[in-house]
Design a protein around this ligand. Structure first.
Ligand code: HEM
Length: 222
């Protein structure tokens, strides 16, 4: 009996290690692939898909995986160092997101096209606003004395929950970007499905990490 639960937990850990490694790989390869498809630097538009993938697929995924007990690249670092890596990566993500949004907005002004007229544009705008609000919430965790309302642990729980929602919004925006006419004209067949798999995979891994480490634990403690 004890032996079979040992095998179970080893299998479970191996699966978590494999899915964590796959998430790192998907986040990185997706960003590189998008920069190739958009032919980065050949037009103003090309910077939008690249900066958004860099923001939400690479920096934001890595910023959350920093806390993964299985696949964090910062596993051997102290909690304090991981927190620092987390906010630096989130800051880089927000800078890329704001720049990417500014670029697509300006590009549309140049071409006289309407703004926020597609699901991708609308959900994308909400995602960037969410990410900025999430950063503000994060600052109050770094400097707890700034906010007196709610206990620190309650605010951490809110930060984790709304962060997860924001991350899933980011994955949805990436996916909707891949449904755009521009992307589906450039990438078709199996390559399109492989691309769509990337935010799906990282979304599942992050969802599993946050709910295991935070939400389930908090619930079982109460
Ligand atoms: C989470 C990442 C992303 C966010 C937050 C985002 C956000 C946005 C926003 C807000 C707009 C509308 C701007 C306006 O109407 O003035 C837009 C447009 C656009 N984006 Fe993204 N984007 C993201 C990723 C991508 C990706 C990965 C692609 C390509 C694969 C892409 C392709 C496009 C295209 C073609 C447009 C112009 C057509 C439209 O408005 O739907 N985006 N994006």
């Amino acid at each position: 009996m004890a032996q079979s639960s040992d095998v179970d937990s080893r299998l479970h850990r191996t699966l978590r290690l494999i899915s964590g490694a796959a998430a790192h790989l998907a986040a990185f390869v997706f960003t590189i692939y998008i920069s190739c498809v958009s032919q980065l630097g050949t037009s103003l538009f090309s910077w939008h898909p690249f900066l958004m993938s860099l923001a939400f697929s690479f920096f934001m995924t890595e910023a959350i995986l920093v806390f993964s007990p299985d696949s964090s690249l910062f596993r051997s670092f102290s909690r304090k160092a991981r927190v620092r890596a987390h906010w630096i990566l989130q800051l880089l993500s927000s800078l890329c997101a704001v720049l990417g949004l500014g670029i697509i907005y300006y590009n549309k002004v140049l071409h006289g096209k309407p703004h926020f007229s597609t699901w991708h544009g609308l959900v994308g705008l909400l995602t960037v606003l969410w990410a900025l609000m999430q950063n503000t919430g994060g600052i109050t965790l770094l400097y707890p004395k700034l906010v007196q309302r709610w206990t620190l642990s309650t605010r951490k729980l809110y930060h984790a929950t709304s962060g997860l929602l924001g991350y899933l919004l980011g994955c949805t925006s990436l996916f909707l970007g891949m449904c755009s006419l521009w992307f589906s004209a450039h990438v078709t067949g199996g390559s399109w499905y492989l691309c769509a798999l990337c935010p799906l995979l990282t979304g599942l891994v992050v969802m599993n990490q946050v709910s295991n480490a935070y939400l389930y634990r908090k619930r079982s403690q109460s």
